[in-house]
Ligand binder design. Structure first.
Ligand code: ZN
Length: 184
C-alpha cells in the first residue's frame, strides 16, 4: 500500500505525497516548488500532527475554561492590588507640615506633647489617627488580595506544568510504542 503524507506549502495548501517521492520536488497549485522531505522526516511530521491533535482535544475539556478563567481572575487581583498599593502609597497618612498649621494650634500641640497632659487633641492629629487606622485596614486588604491572586496564578501554573509533563510522558510512551512496531 502506498501511504500518502501531507506536506504544507508556503501558500497554506497541503500537498499529498507518497513516501516514494521523498527527496523530489513537486509544484504546488500556487506555482511554488515544494521539496518532499525524507521518509524519516515525513514520519516525524505525522507523529507531531498526531500529538498536536491529542493536545487540542484535551484542551476542549470543561476544566480548561475554568483554568483560564481563574488565571485571569488571579492576574486581575494582582493588578488590582498593585494599583491599590500605588494609590495607598500616594495617600499615605502623614502629619501636616507644622509650618502650614496655624501657630496657635502648633503651640497647643507642643504643649500637650511636652506636658503629657490629656488636653483636647488637636484636630489634625485626630484626623491623622483616624486616617491611619483606615489606611492600615485598606493596606491589609490590598495585601490579602495580592496573596489570593498570587496563590491562584501560582497554583494554576504548577497544575498546568504538571499536566503538560504528564501529557509529554504519555506522548513519549506512545512514540516508544510506534518505534517498536516495524514500518509497513
Ligand atoms: Zn502552494
Amino acid at each position: 500500500m502506498n501511504r500518502q503524507y501531507e506536506i504544507a506549502c508556503e501558500c497554506g495548501r497541503k500537498v499529498s505525497v507518497s513516501a516514494g517521492q521523498s527527496g523530489t520536488t513537486l509544484v504546488c497549485q500556487c506555482g511554488r516548488q515544494v521539496t518532499v522531505p525524507s521518509w524519516g522526516e515525513l514520519l516525524r511530521q505525522e507523529t507531531r500532527v498526531a500529538v498536536a491533535g491529542t493536545s487540542e482535544q484535551a484542551s476542549y475539556s470543561p476544566l480548561a475554561g475554568w483554568v483560564t478563567g481563574f488565571r485571569w481572575l488571579g492576574l486581575g487581583l494582582i493588578l488590582l492590588a498593585v494599583l491599590g498599593m500605588l494609590y495607598l502609597y500616594r495617600t499615605m497618612p502623614s502629619l501636616p507640615d507644622l509650618h502650614r498649621v496655624p501657630p496657635a494650634v502648633v503651640y497647643n500641640y507642643f504643649r500637650v506633647l511636652r506636658t503629657g497632659v490629656d488636653g483636647p487633641m488637636p484636630r489634625f492629629e485626630r484626623d491623622f489617627i483616624e486616617h491611619e487606622r483606615i489606611w492600615r485596614g485598606l493596606w491589609d486588604l490590598v495585601i490579602l488580595v495580592a496573596i489570593v491572586g498570587a496563590i491562584l496564578v501560582a497554583g494554576i501554573t504548577v497544575a498546568e506544568w504538571w499536566e503538560q509533563r504528564h501529557q509529554k510522558r504519555v506522548a513519549e510512551a506512545e512514540d516508544g510504542d510506534e518505534e517498536k512496531t516495524p514500518p509497513e
